[in-house]
Ligand binder design. Structure first.
Ligand code: NAP
Length: 552
């Protein structure tokens, strides 16, 4: 049976409920869950009326729920009233009624529900929620519900504190015998709501909009359908994703899913919030590699896991692209699949071998070469200034050094510039020396000029720079004062939000050629797409999607 995309109706009165039902129906809901515990004036009559309205407006299958406050209910209604509501719903022939497992264990409640179900078309969903974390033993809980009432649909929902908590939900869904609803709540569990369809969960829930969500991490129906290709997900859909923390700001799901859809590929790209820590990253990858049934085929990797991705691949004897090794970071992982180049090792008996690449340097070099209308090799001996000595600077310097550019690194912390310069045979200086800048190509790899995002705001105080000299950069700043720029320079800003930084605006004003961070982002995403699919990405489509997301 296909998973039904179910929209909870969480209104406190009949009129608002009707509006929500209309909106859900228009948005493409396949089932409605009437969350009657949200109604302020809850009565059996009101629920009967609501069911009638829902049938008339949407004509969709209905779950009636009157959730216990202890299990996430909106209001504290007495058990007797909640039972009466479910009995009335079953008598009215709603397709499903949902009752909590711990209340169903009470003989009196069980008898009442069983009695009404015996003479009705309704099917029982027996649910258990844990808002604090994982269940002690989810497999046992599932078996207990199955044994207690075999005709029921077990619904097990818990909070994932880390994405690694989701795997037991996936395993259970994968092994289930009958219908079951199993997924995780919270930001780390978000993907389980989408993967639920691939694994055949009986329903997955999505809200009409963010305000009407009834559980943490619930996606909107629009995102499910438009961003995460809900209607196209099948049991054999291959999965990809971006591993990051934070991940909410990432443009990668937008661009890769749009390209998969345009090429009619049975592939889906997900945002994977893998919270920081090499150990947790390794655990995540081990979970993925030991579960062929999930069909994960590739990952984009970004902050804070690029070095972890490289180390993991080495530790599992995977293939590492030589320049990725030199950069010390991988931003692309490929699981299994054909060799991308002849110098890569042949597949061993280990079908799920892993390969690590870095498409950041290639994205930067492609963006430069295309803007200057030259080949990579033509960058040899080009006087180049790289501002910054962090992760992106490292990838850009490695790529440019590999083609023989003449590089000088400028950084706020001169020690870091010195270390990077020593590794790649470059010159270095502090930012104060920019006044004598005479490079032909100037590349900003610092975060100066970057717009702050919601995700960044959510970072805790502990993650913020502490020393006053480590002040955070803002979008009103530029790494190079305008008076140091020259008309014959090519000015490249790797910062891509905003699309045109103050640095680029000032360079453009004096007639210099400019390259945006989006050019680099799009080129590295296209290189990833090639590694993922062995086909060229539709760059025009990628560009349009990114501009729509950033500029609106
Ligand atoms: P990172 O490793 O944290 O490095 C940040 C760099 O910025 C360091 O060199 C740091 O100098 C410098 N910096 C930060 N704030 C500064 C300030 N207020 N004044 C002077 N220097 C400052 O970060 P990253 O991963 O390299 O990312 C850098 C930027 O690249 C990001 O902000 C992002 O916008 C951009 N990016 C672009 C793409 C793309 O595809 N276009 C991809 C990834 C990232 P210190 O060493 O002195 O701290």
């Amino acid at each position: 049976m296909e998973t039904r995309l179910t929209v909870p109706i969480s209104a406190d009165n009949l009129e608002t409920a009707e509006e929500q039902i209309k909106a859900a129906s228009i948005a493409g809901a396949e089932m409605l869950e009437l969350r009657t515990d949200y109604l302020t004036q809850l009565s059996v009559d009101l629920v009967r009326q609501l069911i009638g309205e829902a049938r008339d407006i949407a004509g969709l299958p209905i779950i009636v729920t009157c959730r216990d406050k202890r299990q996430g209910g909106a209001r504290k209604y007495p058990l007797q009233l909640r039972l009466d509501v479910l009995v009335a719903a079953a008598e009215k022939g709603t397709e499903f009624v949902d009752f909590e497992y711990e209340n169903f264990l009470v003989t009196e409640n069980q008898e009442k529900i069983e009695r009404v179900l015996a003479g009705s078309k309704s099917r029982l969903i027996i649910s258990a929620h844990n808002f604090k974390g994982r269940f002690d033993n989810i497999r046992k809980l599932y078996r207990d519900i199955e044994t207690l009432y075999p005709a029921a649909i077990p619904k097990l929902v818990y909070t994932a504190e880390h994405i690694n908590d989701c795997f037991e939900a996936f395993d259970l869904l994968n092994k289930k015998r009958g219908d079951a609803i199993i997924f995780c709540m919270g930001a780390a569990g978000l993907v389980s709501r989408i993967i639920a369809k691939k694994l055949g969960s009986f329903v997955t829930f999505a809200s009409i909009d963010e305000q009407s969500a009834t559980a943490p991490g619930q996606l909107t129906i629009k995102d499910c359908k438009e961003l995460y290709r809900y209607d196209d997900i099948k049991p054999d859909t291959q999965l990809y994703g971006v591993i990051a923390d934070p991940v909410g700001h990432s443009l990668s799901p937008n661009v890769h899913n749009a390209c998969f859809a345009a090429a009619d590929m049975n592939k889906l790209y997900l945002p994977l919030l893998v919270q920081a820590g090499a150990e947790r990253f390794d655990e995540f990858m081990d979970h993925i590699l030991s579960r062929n049934y999930l069909d994960f085929k590739g990952f984009s990797v970004t902050i804070p896991h690029k070095a972890n991705a490289l180390e993991y691949t080495k530790s599992r004897f995977g293939f590492v692209e030589p320049l990725a090794e030199k950069i010390g970071a991988a931003n692309t992982l490929i699981i299994g699949g054909p060799r991308a180049a002849s110098h890569e090792p042949r597949a061993t008996s280990n079908e799920r071998r892993i390969r690590a690449y870095n498409t950041d340097y290639a994205g930067a070099l492609d963006a430069i070469a295309s803007a200057m209308d030259i080949e990579w090799e033509d960058l040899r001996a080009l006087p180049t200034a790289v501002l910054g000595a962090g992760g992106v600077a490292r990838a850009v310097v490695a790529g440019l050094a590999d083609v023989g550019a003449k590089i000088k690194i400028y950084n706020r912390t001169v020690k870091k510039a010195e270390r990077l310069a020593a590794e790649f045979g470059c010159e270095y200086a502090g930012l104060d020396e920019l006044k004598t800048l005479d490079a032909k190509l100037v590349i900003n790899c610092t975060s100066i000029g970057m717009k702050k995002t919601e995700d960044r705001k959510q970072k805790t105080e502990a993650q913020m720079p502490k020393a006053s000299h480590e002040r955070r950069a803002t979008s009103h700043e530029t790494p190079v004062p305008a008076e140091f720029l020259k008309e014959d320079m090519v000015v490249f800003d790797t910062v891509y939000n905003p699309a045109e930084t103050l640095f680029l605006k000032q360079a453009k004003k004096i007639g210099a050629k400019t390259i945006t961070g989006l050019d680099m982002f799009l080129n590295q995403a296209a290189a990833q797409f090639k590694l993922f699919t062995d086909t060229q990405a539709d760059m025009k489509l990628m560009r349009r999607i990114v501009y729509e997301r950033l500029i609106g």
